[in-house]
Design a protein around this ligand. Structure first.
Ligand SMILES: [Zn+2]
Length: 220
């Protein structure tokens, strides 16, 4: 496992990337990494993800109690803690508002059409979690039914949540979803996506199963 110093630097780096890509505006978004069974490093509230320093990170336990750090964690920390409680295999959680994928969330639409083979293999479908008031327990409750078997979830009228076995995997899932959302919007401008046949989808799911044993059937 990476040192605490390295994880803090990775949080700064990933924050800068999501800010530079326009996945967050102003102080939006929050990121966390689990560094031990009961310790999480997370980004501060009220600071732009593009302008963070390693010493701004906050260490909390799985109950959300602060163990170290001068700043305060995001009010969305509850959503991250819910993920770590439900998914012992997850070590990083990323929340942002990338515009195309957030447009799907704002339109109340999941990203669940079988269109691009690489998305089917990497992510399967991306469900839509029902709207919950940010910072309240409504948000952890709304994601609960989805995070058990999905590494990426749209938050209705809000944004996107991705999970990973490490922080860069969570970032790449965020990038893939946003890319897929952009392509889906362009395809709809051209008359709509052409969905892959169930036979083709089945073949891709076999590939997915080999790469990701124990994974779930996205349309099953
Ligand atoms: Zn948000």
């Amino acid at each position: 496992m990476s040192s605490e110093k390295q994880v803090k630097e990775d949080l700064v780096e990933v924050g800068r990337r999501i800010y530079d890509r326009g996945y967050v505006a102003a102080n939006d978004g929050n990121i966390s990494v689990r560094i031990s069974e009961d310790e999480i490093l997370t980004t501060p509230t009220g600071v732009s993800k593009g302008f963070m320093e390693p010493d701004m990170m906050i260490k909390v336990n799985l109950e959300g109690e602060k163990l170290a750090g001068n700043l305060e964690p995001s009010s969305e920390l509850k959503m991250h803690l819910e993920v770590y409680r439900v998914r012992p295999d997850v070590f990083a959680v990323l929340h942002a508002h990338p515009p195309a994928a957030t447009a799907f969330a704002a339109a109340g639409q999941a990203l669940d059409r079988p269109v691009l083979p690489e998305i089917i293999i990497a992510l399967g479908d991306v469900p839509l979690a029902r709207y919950g008031t940010p910072s309240t327990n409504e948000v952890p409750k709304s994601i609960r039914p989805h995070i058990k078997d999905h590494d990426a979830v749209l938050l209705e009228n809000h944004g996107v949540l991705t999970l990973g076995t490490d922080l860069y995997k969570a970032l790449f899932k965020m990038e893939s979803i946003e890319h897929f959302a952009q392509i889906s919007i362009y395809a709809r401008m051209l008359g709509g996506e052409q969905e892959l046949s169930s036979e083709e989808v089945e073949k891709l799911l076999q590939v997915r199963k080999k790469m990701n044993p124990g994974g779930r059937h996205p349309w099953g």
